[in-house]
Design a binder for this molecule. Structure first.
Ligand code: PLP
Length: 479
């Protein structure tokens, strides 16, 4: 393509994106699919000769886009939202166009400078230490893996770099029974063994019990095990519960153990004046992960890992071969802070989004989401056949349809099946998308509000859809 052809096709793509967003309310949030049929749709050899871009774009619009789940849809309420704002979408294009590698200051000076500033802004929004070490990564799971790697090395000392874990003894990580699966994956990947993830019981509100953590640490220390880290969660995946960080920090400080805070979901709500007193203060964490991709309108992927133990990330991950030295060495290069070498200019989209909306625009968005979720929670709580499960300050509502039969509640198995059928039917309708979790007392339907295009009317429409679907499913007499 010549630059002129690029501009022509670029205009076609922008027009298609504009139409996509103009029509997004009218399209199904998701469609039923069959993996085999879908694969057949795309199967075929790679073309020998290049194809016309107009054909490629047309097929993308006809075959790809309709067969995706529309995460940008105002009625997408599944998992945790990831909402792409327009400046974020455009920044992705510029990032690809520049295609710089931000591994060293030398390889992309302003790339490292913008990343440094974005990280400071994000730390400030999260209420964390703005002078903490940090970097942008491709997901909270990786952030937790690297934080636990740094915690391991801090616990064992520099010898572990030379000699590995051979004589390290039993290394243990502690997290509540509600912690995200990325914690267990990290423990496995780091070679501690899944059995050495201690699942600390949570309380009735699904928050880690500090007394149980303390008891587990005491038991393990007495038995000669080596505690590496405690992972606390601010906004659990299942119910949005937030662990009591101050109480947990008192325990970790007492035993000299690293506290990693997984605030992938809940990390930015403290920036909202109306929520400040209801959400946890993350400053006590030795390391912290937050996900702008979840709540700050930055398109996937955008995660920030911070560590206030100065130099700890570099202690674990800095390794400079001859071919990567710089004539004018900087205090650090971003390649020093994780195992990743080549890395894109991920900071640009966050920089554009944070500047476009500003602190006030973003906190207003977060507060709006909370208000809409609170309204749904109230509707469900006021309905005799629905139960709200869990306690959270965040815009995540866990619901369960709990009708009575002959004055008696349904047995758990039937109730779980009924609620799974309701969630399935809502998603199949294409009118909204919800997800689910399974808690100690059974299946719940999860509704996460957070899309910038979602309005109170969308949330009311979801509530109507949930109630009518629930009644129709129950009337089916299968449960
Ligand atoms: N931590 C929590 C609490 C999460 O809910 C999730 C995902 O939803 C993760 C970590 C993993 O995030 P990622 O998908 O960015 O790896």
């Amino acid at each position: 393509w010549s630059p002129a052809e690029f501009e022509k096709h670029g205009a076609e793509v922008l027009a298609a994106i504009r139409e996509h967003f103009e029509q997004i309310r009218q399209v199904p949030v998701s469609r039923p699919y069959d993996t085999r049929v879908l694969l057949e749709e795309f199967e075929g050899p790679m073309p020998d000769d290049g194809e016309e871009f107009t054909t490629i774009l047309a097929e993308t619009r006809e075959k790809v886009v309709p067969n995706l789940v529309q995460w940008n849809h105002p009625s997408f309420f599944g998992y945790f939202p990831t909402c792409a704002s327009f400046p974020g979408v455009l920044a992705e294009t510029v990032t690809a166009a520049l295609n710089v590698n931000t591994m060293l200051w030398k390889t992309s000076p302003a790339g490292s400078a913008v990343e440094t500033v974005v990280l400071r802004w994000l730390a400030d929004l999260a209420g964390y230490h703005t002078d903490a070490d940090g970097l942008l990564l491709g997901g909270a799971s990786l952030a937790t893996l690297f934080a636990l790697g740094a915690a391991r090395d801090a616990a064992l000392g520099p010898e572990v770099r030379e000699h590995g874990l051979g004589s390290a003894g039993r290394l243990r990580v502690y997290a509540s029974d509600q912690a995200h699966s990325s914690v267990e994956k990290s423990v496995i990947a780091l070679g501690f063994g899944a059995r050495n993830l201690v699942r600390v019981p949570s309380d009735a509100h699904y928050r880690m019990r500090p007394d149980e953590l303390d008891a587990a640490l005491r038991r393990d220390l007495a038995a000669g095990a080596k505690p590496v880290a405690v992972v606390a969660t601010v906004g659990t995946t299942s119910t949005g519960a937030a662990d009591d960080l101050a109480a947990l920090a008192r325990v970790t400080e007492r035993h000299g153990v690293w506290l990693h805070v997984d605030a992938a979901y809940g990390g930015f709500y403290r920036a909202c004046p109306s929520l400040r007193d209801r959400v946890e203060d993350v400053r006590v964490g030795d390391s912290l992960v937050v996900n702008p991709q979840k709540t700050l309108l930055v398109p996937l992927d955008s995660t920030a890992l911070f560590c206030r133990r100065e130099g700890a990330l570099a202690q674990s991950f800095r390794l400079v071969p001859d071919y990567l030295t710089s004539e004018r060495p900087a205090a650090f290069d971003y390649m020093d802070l994780s195992p990743q070498l080549g890395r894109g200019f991920r900071a640009l989209k966050a920089w554009w989004v944070l500047r476009t909306f500003g602190r006030n625009g973003l906190t207003a968005h977060l507060e709006r989401s909370v208000e809409m979720a609170d309204a749904l929670r109230e509707s469900a709580a006021a309905h005799e056949d629905w139960t709200v499960v869990g306690t959270t300050p965040y815009p995540l509502v866990c619901l369960r349809y709990t009708p009575k039969r002959d004055g008696e509640p349904l047995p758990r198995h039937a109730r779980d099946q009924l609620n799974a059928a309701i969630a399935g039917a809502v998603n199949e309708s294409g009118r909204a998308f919800v997800s689910h979790s399974v808690l100690r007392d059974g299946y719940v339907i999860r509704v996460a509000v957070g899309n910038a295009r979602t309005t109170p009317a969308d949330v009311r429409a979801l509530w109507r859809l949930l109630t009518t679907t629930a009644e129709a499913q129950y009337a089916d007499q299968r449960f």
